[in-house]
Design a protein around this ligand. Sequence first.
Ligand code: ADP
Length: 259
Amino acid sequence: MTILQVRDLHKTYEPAAQVLTGISFKVERGEFVGVIGPSGAGKSTLLRCVNRLVEPTSGEILIPRTVLNPDANGSMMNVLKLSRHELRLVRRKVGMIFQQFNIVKRLSVIENVLAGGLGYQSSLRSCLRFFPEGERRRALINLKRVELLAHAYKRASELSGGEQQRVAIARTLMQDPAIILADEPVSSLDPKLSRVILDILKRVCREDGITALVSLHTLDLTREYADRVVGLKGGQISFDGPIQDLTEAVVQKIYHDAK
Ligand code: ADP
């Protein structure tokens, strides 16, 4: 089942930076897709267009209606054409993980995770006291899944970078996402910690049937974790295929050959 279809996506940052110039690809449910390409190729822009953290200039981002309502018919809806209410619902089903973790350091670990249940709300502290017991239980279960249960009541600032990224994964799981967009989730971590994070991310995605689009900065990690690769170059797709087709010649084309 197709969970995401991007059609002829364009993004120009005003006044004239044409970053994406006609991107089209499809993602099947449960795939773990590596998004690669040279710095500045538009990976982050592409991921942010999917949930409209960046507003696309034109094109279509299609996801099935069943993502919002399992009883809906199987037709696709265009994320660019949704009402504000529908967009809010879609954003809850599309989790996001950032390079810099984006957790609130002065709050406890569990408070950060509980915040995921609130979606994109930012005025947290006042709401946090009122979380129902069931939400707290879910938060603890998700912390266990990222192997951080013992740290639940620590201040987030006491955690290492790798642990903070695990908090971010647990927080995203609170949204019960259908898709996770991870924008360079391990590029500020060393190779060993990067693998810890990607192991956890891949495991929870597999367990929950979550589809992941993950931009990765090294080919080693891409080869180890991605089932499939979308390569960007100069605002266009330069490669789209299964990981075993990511040959040296393809890598050369994505990273080194002139446009
Ligand atoms: P990548 O993630 O592949 O490094 P990005 O999507 O971050 O690429 O950036 C692609 C290009 O878009 C870069 O040239 C960058 O400078 C430009 N860019 C990104 N964000 C903005 C912005 N808000 N305004 C103008 N240009 C931007």
